[in-house]
Design a protein around this ligand. Structure first.
Ligand SMILES: Cc1ncc(COP(=O)(O)O)c(C=O)c1O
Length: 356
């Protein structure tokens, strides 16, 4: 039978392996893991592989993804990474724990938790410099104080997220700041914080070099489980698979052509006036994939192929004069952005290998 095109091949056994190695590694210093499923559009079989590998929770930024995993029978604690005021009712219905930074939203969560007679658990995110989500440390105490007055809400922890928006490194200083904040809150309010969630895949370097991890007892990992790398320098983590995902697309044109467009230059389909290098006549290959499917800059072809450019439905490659036939396959590794877009594209088939 002819394989479906374009497709992403997903090696579940490699994801399971990565989750296992990371769970064991971080477990040595008492750190539990949340497997972050958002880049996979909440794909249930990937969540299952993460759980089989030892992650304790599944975290996602989209309620729809969490609903999908629950409907598929994934049994675990689900964490919502991005809370929205307008979704509070559904958060209470579908999610065990949510990350929060706004009192209005927590108040709304409290309202619906009352209505549904549930106790909703929250982790309060603290701003430690990356400037995405988080309450400034100086405002944390007031936030906790007001939240403790809300019924049906339980503060189970605090966390931070670094190396995401501002590219700020999670280092000893940031992690001990989070630990101290946890100690301070526990002392001031006589409460126990079970989860101190220190960050994401960018925390690997800190963890490897840290003698002591302080109060940090949890990390939320997406990329390092899925793509086997840390995210401060995008270096492979020893012992992990780095190509659990492969993107495969079909060659739809393969011709020798000049490398310089001919005619009067104007804007291209995306409003840019492109410039080109004259390399003479080259074999150019077009594959059936485009910007509607994928973040083209995140495709990593093998060394014989070079991506020259792309439009909505076409990626143009220089094949190094190798005669790739129409109908043949071209394979790529993916970075996180390309993975995110490929998993989200309805045009890219998801094919699981090594299922169990
Ligand atoms: C709040 C939060 N935590 C953790 C993660 C996981 O990050 P990474 O894929 O770098 O491990 C993300 C992003 O997916 C996130 O938004």
């Amino acid at each position: 039978m002819k394989a479906l095109m374009p497709r992403i091949e997903i090696a579940l056994s490699q994801i399971r392996h990565n989750a296992r190695i990371l769970s064991e590694l971080y477990g040595q210093k008492g750190i539990s893991l949340m497997g972050v499923s958002k880049a996979t559009l909440g794909e249930p079989s990937i969540a299952k592989a993460m759980i089989q590998g030892g992650v304790k929770f599944i975290a996602d930024s989209r309620l729809e993804n969490i609903q999908k995993m629950k409907n598929a029978g994934i049994l675990t604690q689900f964490i919502l990474l991005r809370t929205a005021f307008s979704q509070a009712e559904s958060v209470i219905t579908n999610v065990d724990i949510s990350l929060n930074t706004e009192l209005e939203t927590v108040t709304e969560l409290s309202h619906y938790a009352n209505v549904q007679n549930k106790l909703h658990q929250i982790i309060i995110m603290v701003e430690l410099g990356d400037l995405r989500e988080g309450i400034l440390p100086c405002d944390l105490s007031q936030f906790v104080k007001k939240t403790l007055d809300l019924s049906n809400i339980k503060i189970i922890g605090i966390g931070c997220n670094l190396a995401c928006y501002g590219g700020i490194k999670p280092d000893n200083q940031k992690m001990s700041e989070l630990s101290q904040l946890a100690n301070g809150i526990e002392k001031e309010f006589q409460i126990n914080l079970e989860i101190i969630s220190g960050g994401n895949s960018a925390n690997y370097e800190w963890y490897e070099s840290a003698q002591q991890v302080g109060r940090i007892n949890n990390l939320r990992l997406g990329e390092s489980i899925l793509l086997g790398c840390e995210t401060v320098n995008r270096k492979a983590i020893p012992g992990l698979y780095t190509s659990a995902f492969k993107l495969i697309a079909e060659v739809i044109e393969s011709k020798e052509k000049p490398s310089l467009p001919f005619g009067e230059i104007c804007q291209n389909a995306f409003g840019n006036v492109p410039t080109f290098l004259d390399r003479g006549i080259r074999r150019r290959v077009i594959i059936a994939l485009g910007r509607q499917d994928i973040l083209v800059s995140g495709l990593k072809p093998n060394k014989d192929l070079e991506i020259l450019g792309s439009s909505s439905d076409h990626v143009v490659l220089d094949s190094n004069n190798y005669d790739l036939k129409v109908g043949s396959e071209v394979k790529f590794n993916l970075d996180y952005g390309a993975l995110l877009s490929a998993m989200t594209s309805p045009f890219i088939k998801k094919q699981f290998i090594g299922c169990s």
